[in-house]
Write a protein that binds this ligand. Sequence first.
Ligand SMILES: Nc1nc2c(c(=O)[nH]1)N[C@H]1C(S)=C(S)[C@@H](COP(=O)(O)O)O[C@H]1N2
Ligand SMILES: [Mo]
Length: 405
Amino acid sequence: MNLKLPAPIQRFTTDSDAPLQQGAYRSALRDERLAAILGASLGILFSICFVTGLYSHIQQHPLSWLPIPARPAGLYRFTQGLHVVFGIASMPVLIAKLWLVWPRFVSFPVAKTISGLVERIGVFPLVAGGIFMTFSGVANIAQWYPWRFSFTASHYWMAWVTMGSIVAHVGAKWIITRRALARPSRRPALAEADPVLGTTAEAAGAGGLSRRGLLTTVAAASGLLTLTTIGQTVRPLRRLGLLAPRDPATGPQGRPVNRGAANAGVVDLAQSAAYRLEVSGRVARPMSLTLDQLRALPSHDTVLPIACVEGWSYSAPWRGVRVRDLLAMAGADPDRTILIESLEPQGAYRTSTLNSGQAADRDTLLALSLDGEPLALDHGFPCRLIAPNRPGVLQTKWVTKVVVL
Ligand SMILES: Nc1nc2c(c(=O)[nH]1)N[C@H]1C(S)=C(S)[C@@H](COP(=O)(O)O)O[C@H]1N2
Ligand SMILES: [Mo]
């Protein structure tokens, strides 16, 4: 062979129209069309994760000017299921894309033009962001926190950084991507582009895997990851959920639990004869009800999901007292925001709020029973909030106060 050049790596260029495959990194797989297909797939997956993630963020940090509607009841379960499923499915695509383009990260000269330099610097938040978003998301659903910073805050802010760099990257690569996607792959194209180092035969043989083969492998890996995790939210597939952190049918009353009564420190408080449900705040007639009084109120049945932000969910039949009935009894103004408070002495999930539309919904309940049995202690005994279109973290357990704000 004619490998006489001192360092093939130095023959790299980084401007956007440069051939992707060069010198030491020669492989038939490193071609623009493949990079474009993987890039476009990642762009779509990440965009869906971004939109559904933003929705989840607004659910948990309500905006007064954009009240979350109570319907459709299963919307959050669906959007958060997509968020987690597509986040997981993006992993093999991200790995393949990074493998495909990494020679560019280590190429010299750094850039030949100013725009090339800008583009090159812009790749850093793109790559770091993509890796961070998938890694932190997957670690979170596995309930593994190998870091000291807040998961929600960092995942949220990095999403903006990542999405911003994706938009910039798409802008920079638009023409070359469209061109690459429009024409069929020309196997020898890259080797031809490197007349000194490459020959067609060499390049084509280098990877041992065809471009179609690589795409099929990536798609199969994504599909397999999806199939082995989606059982945590699609119940008929739960037997396939080998990699799913949760089984939607395992736990007290055959339902999973996130934080149990012992962890929350409410075991005694929840079972005490001194338990009361108080309705207070801006009401005409404040109330303090014993559990028996609460049970004696008219009750209502509904089937609603618990949809955890971590992507697992279950739908269940609940029975309890409508929040709107309690508010009417206490003489509350119907336009108010309602604060729901738990017996839990501390912790991020001890309270949640209902906007006026959510509070007025006929299926917004303080549930006393699940599957026709009194709530298990771990599911929020004596009573818990259950309401339509809501993340699990806002379905407050061990409720003791309803405060009209
Ligand atoms: N008071 C209180 N309510 C809570 C929690 C909590 O930690 N404390 N966890 C929430 C979370 S994150 C979820 S997903 C649901 C799970 O409900 P389950 O444990 O009954 O399945 O409860 C929610 N309600
Ligand atoms: Mo949750």
